[in-house]
Design a protein around this ligand. Structure first.
Ligand code: GLU
Length: 303
């Protein structure tokens, strides 16, 4: 498969695609990003790399980090994490409060904000130095010791935290947060502020495609655990657009409001895209289209 040629074709086709999306306005610091950035990087399971465009420029991974926090919590706590967070699609927006009331504080899945805040609480409980330890985990799985938080982005999200603070407090009122809400939110804002480029993201997610082992062979999760997390990415990774992503792309993946998407084909490849303009559901408009073109052209989807 000539992946580089396919990525070049995709980039060319995207140039004539008219976008209507907007850069996120929920975190002021992220509203400053150049909306016209576009990068894509694909890493095969054999270890070949193909990248194009702004694939080496770092951006805020935001909710893409939720797949990594749940992986770390799953590795520590196993199946019991599912007592506090579900595995069902929510059908609601990423930051919605509405289901929490009638489902008594158990978020539908770990990828909506409410679920990710519960996962953050689990990590605050079981890590000695939560922020440092999580960063160490990201550096380990990506094989890159330079990955870091963007403290201005974390602060900007903290300054405008009203909805996430509401979710955190609401969860606490149902007894589904063990720690101090502000401490949990501080961890959550830092995990979201991590900056990586498409190459680094493809490396970090390699273990999801490689039966739980990183690119350099470190064991992170079991084959069964990775199967389960990939299944949740497939059904819940794109909020209330998860069905649409599955229909169009046919791969498990996770998006973030920084404009990043990571998708993977187990035992075949990991691909990361970055384009900051988001559609109405908060997913990268061009990133989704690029991945639709990728699986159409390569005929490589899990379906
Ligand atoms: N930090 C963002 C928030 O909580 C993450 C949302 C996303 O990337 O979808 O609003």
């Amino acid at each position: 498969m000539n992946y580089l040629k396919i990525l070049e074709e995709i980039t060319l086709e995207l140039k004539s695609y008219t976008t209507v999306g907007q850069v996120t306005n929920t975190i002021p610091e992220l509203a400053k990003i150049n909306p016209d950035k576009f990068g894509i990087h694909l890493t095969t399971i054999e270890g070949d790399d193909f990248g194009i465009g702004d694939s080496q420029e770092r951006f805020s991974i935001q909710s893409v980090s939720k797949a990594l926090t749940v992986a770390l919590a799953f590795s520590f706590l196993g199946e019991k994490i599912w007592k506090r967070v579900g595995v069902e699609p929510s059908g609601t927006a990423f930051n919605s409060l509405i289901q929490l009331e009638y489902e008594k504080g158990i978020p539908r899945n770990p990828f909506i904000n409410a679920g990710a805040i519960v996962i953050a609480d689990m990590l605050v409980s079981c890590l000695e130095n939560p922020k440092e330890d999580f960063l160490r985990f990201i550096r380990l799985i990506s094989g890159n010791p330079n990955i870091d938080f963007n403290l201005s982005v974390a602060q900007s999200e903290k300054d405008t935290r009203f909805r996430n603070a509401a979710l955190g407090n609401f969860l606490k009122s149902f007894g589904n947060i063990e720690n101090d809400v502000d401490e949990v939110l501080d961890f959550y804002f830092h995990q979201c502020s991590i900056e990586m480029n498409c190459v680094e993201l493809a490396n970090a997610f390699f273990f999801f495609a490689n039966e739980g082992k990183t690119r350099d062979g470190k064991s992170i999760l079991t084959t069964s655990q990775v199967k389960r997390l990939n299944a949740i990415m497939q059904t819940c990774g794109f909020y209330d657009e998860s069905g649409e992503f599955t229909y169009k792309v046919g791969l498990p993946g996770k998006s973030g409001i920084g404009g990043g998407i990571v998708a993977l084909y187990p035992k075949n490849f990991v691909v990361a895209t970055w384009s900051p303009k988001l559609n109405k559901k908060g997913n990268s408009e061009l990133g989704m289209h690029a991945l639709e073109l990728l699986t159409t052209k390569t005929e490589m989807s899990i379906f």
